[in-house]
Each structure stands twice: as structure tokens, then as C-alpha cells.
Write a protein of this length. Structure first.
Length: 527
């Protein structure tokens, strides 16, 4: 075969007739040879019947043979990689005998040991009667193509390894935003398959009340090319939801056109809960600080009240005693001063007793001596005790006790202390002409006692504090230290009961306590 030149002649002679035809043919052949050389392609023709094998020098170069060497099928076969020989021979047989077009890739080994990949394409050429004439084809060097494919596969393998190693759920979309790939973390977390959640099927693992918002925001990013970020819960394979911080960035080609998106979902549930918890603690800390400041303020006011309530009685006692010692008095005047000293000392003793009760309640050491308490009889006693005071203040004091109330296992003296405090307050804050009523009734498995008045009432913002220590509705008043209701709550609580209040300004107040009923003394609960 004639070897081609590496370049076309600069000028082809303009000759007439047959010479012009020869020139055109040579021109075409030269262009073909140059094209084959440029594409690393060699051609061949194999007469299967005679065994004659024809090829160009390009094919020889592809097989690592010296140009112009003996061109036999065996010479070429010896260069084929041993692992590919049988497969390639079978493909040639099918092409020659069955007319199946030949298209195979195989390796050849050059004398220097280097391995090259070739793509073999061939076709059966028949005679007029349909019998085999020869097989013709071409081989192209695809070594670089295979190298690039191997590198792409290696890169893909590295990418998948990295994508499956990261703690995030990861995914990729096509240019339209339809998801085409997830990493293994996604499947492990959601328990889904690609068929279930590819495209826009991922919406099924979103919380129904939030999914439309998520879809709207991500569609906006897909439409504008803006990076996407959002926070939302995703359903785990066990049905539980966890919160994720999700981000996606566009993938662009060399023309800056978006060809897809890469996104991740990072589990932030623990961090989110910690931030909520931290905020809760901050709120609690602010509340505790405010409460401490309020308690400090109330304590300072209490100290002023206590100092006043103790200093004045002491002064009164000192003055009365000095008068009795220094001035001759008639018997009736001496008796009056002694009564003042006694009354004042009792008031001081009452204040001290209240302070001690508060201390015992807070330390959990308040003593309760339980007996079977007849609630009806206790209320009758309270009505009789406070009748003179109600009459003096021009108030109607009455009782309403349901029949056959069960006995309450409790400390009668302490329960009387509670009622005394509630009745005393009702009388104090009810203007003349008003009424105060005591009621007792069954409530579930216990007894409910209520003290109702038609007094001035308590403002709504003060109701949560009425049972606090040192709290007083009128902070300017010097009447009492603000311990009575706190003590009442502690006594009722020590009995296993509850105490509360309903009130409206200008209408009146109802203080009520509920105590568990029983048949008598309960040693197991006595303290």
C-alpha cells in the first residue's frame, strides 16, 4: 500500500480528462488518510475465506507494529491482551457468519509493555448471491477516552465516598430542581428509596403544615439562581421529626448556566433544643432576679413594718410602766394602764408567733396534730367569736353549712387560725353595711370552706400575689405584716388541701380552701 504524505500539496495541477479524475481521487484519498491519522484510526479488510488481510499503516501503528511489516491476522492477534482475545474472536465470528455488526473495545500490548485501548468497528460485506466476500472495518485509539472515563469513575467514587462519609444528608438536582441523587445518609434517615423521593417526591418526608412554605422558597431560588437556605423538620424512618438547617448552591457550566444544584440537610435538633433551653433558663433567670428584687423590696418594707409594730408597742409598754412607777394612780387608772400593757404585749406576741409560723412552714417543720374536726361546729365557733367585731363595724355576718358534712382529719387550732385570718380580712376590707358569709359544703372527697365578702375586692394583677409572704393590698397601710395569708396557705397545704381566691374590684372577694375528709385521726399522716 502507498504511504500517505503528512500534508496536502499546496496546489493541485489543473489537468484535463482522466488526469483530472486521478488528481481528484488522490486528493480525496489524501484527505481521508489525513483524517484517519488525525483521529488515530486505522482501516482494514479481511478476506475470511482466503485469510488475506489488508490494512493501512495507521492500524499497524495502533497495534505497535512496524509500518510495512508482515500484515497477517496472527501478527495482530499476538498484540491483543490475553484477557480480551476470546471475546474479540467471538465477536468476529458473529460478524463473519451471522452478519452482526462488530463493535468491541479491547486492549493491545505494545513491545514496550504499554497498554492501549482500541475500539473495533466492522461490517460483513457480501457478494451478489449473499455469500461472504470480506469483513471491513476500522480501529480507533480510545486510550485517552478510557483514561478520562476511568478518571471520571474514580472521581465519582471519591465523591460518593465523601458524600456518604459526611454527617449531613446530601442531594443533587437537575437544572429544573428535580432531585436525581441522594447520599446514603438520606436513605438511612428517611427509610425511603430513590423511586419514592426522586424529582419532587421528597415532600412526603416534610411536615404537612410546613411543606408548602418550603416548596415556595426553594422554587424561588431555583428560578432566580440565588443560594437557598431554610430550616424545617424532616420525618425520620420511625415517624419522629427532627429539625434540619438546609442549604443548596447552584452548579454552573463554563458558560455560567445552571446545570443542577447540590444541597445538604444538617441536623440541628440538639442545638435547637439547647438554644430553646438556654432561652428558657435566661427567662427563668430574669424572672428569678425580678422575684428576688421584689422579695428584697418587700423584705425592706416588712422590716419597716415590723420595726414599727414592735417599736410602738414597746414604747407604749415603757410609757405605761413608767407612769405606774412615777405617778400615784387611782386603782382604776392603774388597772387601765395594766390592760394597755397586756393588750400591747399580746399584739407583739401575735406578730412574733406569725414570724415563727412562717419560718416553720418554709422549713417544713410546722406541727399538725390531727383529730376528727367537726367543720360545722368550728364555723359556729368562728361566727360567735367575730360577731361583736362585725356588729361594731355594722356588717352582716352569717354562716351556711351543708348538712351531714364528713369530719376533717386535721389540727383544729390551726384550722381555726386559718378561718380567723380569712374572716378578719373580710371584716377589715368590707365597708359598713356590707356582708360576710361563711359557707361549708362537700366537694368531691373533701370539704370546701369559703369566706365571701362584699368588700372592695382585689385587682386582677394582685391576685397572683395575695398568698405571698409580706404582701399587702395597701402598701401604705401599717395594719399587719402581710403574713396571715401566707400562713393560711402553709397550714392548708400541711393538711393536704388547697387554698385559692376569686375577686373583682368593687364586687368583693371569696377565699376558699378544700380539705380532704376522713373518719378521724390518721396517724400515718400526722406530723
Amino acid at each position: 500500500m502507498e504511504r500517505p504524505s503528512d500534508t496536502l500539496p499546496r496546489e493541485w495541477p489543473d489537468v484535463p480528462g482522466r488526469q483530472a479524475s486521478d488528481v481528484a481521487r488522490r486528493r480525496t484519498e489524501e484527505r481521508l488518510r489525513l483524517a484517519l491519522a488525525a483521529s488515530h484510526t486505522g482501516t482494514f479488510r479481511w478476506d475470511v475465506r482466503s485469510g488475506a488481510f489488508e490494512c493501512d499503516e495507521h492500524l499497524e501503528r495502533l497495534f505497535g507494529l512496524e509500518p510495512g511489516s508482515t500484515r497477517t491476522v496472527e501478527a495482530f492477534r499476538t498484540r491483543i491482551h490475553a484477557a480480551d482475545v476470546q471475546r474479540l474472536q467471538e465477536a468476529w465470528r458473529r460478524c463473519a457468519s451471522d452478519g452482526v455488526e462488530l463493535e468491541e473495545e479491547f486492549r493491545v500490548v505494545w513491545p514496550d509493555g504499554s497498554v492501549h485501548w482500541l475500539r473495533d468497528r466492522g461490517r460483513r460485506i457480501t457478494q451478489a448471491d449473499g455469500s461472504l466476500r470480506y469483513v471491513a472495518g476500522a480501529c480507533t485509539d480510545v486510550t485517552e477516552h478510557r483514561r478520562m472515563e476511568d478518571e471520571l469513575r474514580a472521581q465519582e467514587a471519591r465523591f460518593r465516598t465523601l458524600a456518604n462519609a459526611i454527617p449531613q444528608l446530601a442531594w443533587m438536582t437537575d437544572a429544573s430542581g428535580a432531585i436525581t441523587w441522594y447520599n446514603q445518609r438520606w436513605y438511612d434517615y428517611t427509610g425511603t428509596t430513590l423511586e419514592e423521593v426522586q424529582g419532587w417526591g421528597w415532600r412526603k418526608v416534610h411536615r404537612p403544615d410546613l411543606v408548602e412554605r418550603v416548596v415556595a422558597r426553594i422554587r424561588h431560588s431555583f428560578a432566580t439562581g440565588e443560594p437557598w437556605e431554610d430550616t424545617f423538620p424532616l420525618r425520620r424512618r420511625d415517624g419522629q421529626y427532627r429539625w434540619f438547617l438546609s442549604r443548596a448552591l447552584p452548579i454552573r457550566d463554563r458558560h455560567d448556566a445552571i446545570v443542577g444544584w447540590f444541597g445538604t440537610n444538617t441536623d440541628i435538633t440538639d442545638r435547637r433544643e439547647a438554644d430553646m433551653e438556654r432561652e428558657r433558663l435566661l427567662v427563668a433567670e430574669r424572672g428569678a432576679r425580678a422575684e428576688a428584687e421584689r422579695a428584697t423590696r418587700i423584705r425592706d418594707e416588712l422590716l419597716g413594718i415590723v420595726a414599727h409594730d414592735l417599736r410602738n408597742p414597746v414604747h407604749t409598754i415603757v410609757m405605761s410602766a413608767a407612769t405606774m412607777r412615777e405617778i400615784p394612780l387611782r386603782d382604776d387608772e392603774r388597772a387601765r394602764h395594766l390592760a394597755i400593757i397586756e393588750r400591747t404585749a399580746k399584739g407583739m406576741n401575735h406578730l412574733i408567733a406569725d414570724l415563727l409560723d412562717v419560718t416553720r412552714i418554709e422549713s417544713g417543720s410546722l406541727a399538725i396534730h390531727r383529730t376528727a374536726v367537726d367543720v360545722g361546729a368550728l364555723i359556729d365557733e368562728m361566727l360567735e367569736l367575730f360577731a361583736p367585731q362585725a356588729q361594731a363595724r355594722q356588717l352582716a355576718l352569717a354562716g351556711d353549712v351543708a348538712p351531714e358534712l364528713p369530719a376533717v382529719p386535721g389540727d383544729r387550732a390551726r384550722l381555726a387560725q386559718v378561718l380567723s385570718n380569712l374572716i378578719g380580712n373580710a371584716l377589715k376590707f368590707t365597708p359598713p353595711g356590707g356582708r360576710v358569709r361563711l359557707r361549708a359544703s362537700r366537694l368531691g372527697g373533701g370539704v370546701r370552706i369559703a369566706v365571701e365578702d362584699s368588700g372592695c375586692g382585689i385587682a386582677a394583677d394582685s391576685l397572683p400575689h395575695v398568698f405571698d409572704r409580706f404582701w399587702q393590698a395597701d402598701r401604705t397601710s401599717r395594719a399587719g405584716a402581710g403574713l396571715g395569708l401566707a400562713i393560711a396557705r402553709g397550714i392548708v397545704g400541711a393538711h393536704g388541701g388547697t387554698i385559692g381566691v376569686e375577686s373583682a374590684v368593687g364586687v368583693g372577694s371569696t377565699f376558699h380552701c378544700t380539705l380532704p375528709a376522713g373518719d378521724g385521726e390518721d396517724p400515718a399522716t400526722a406530723r
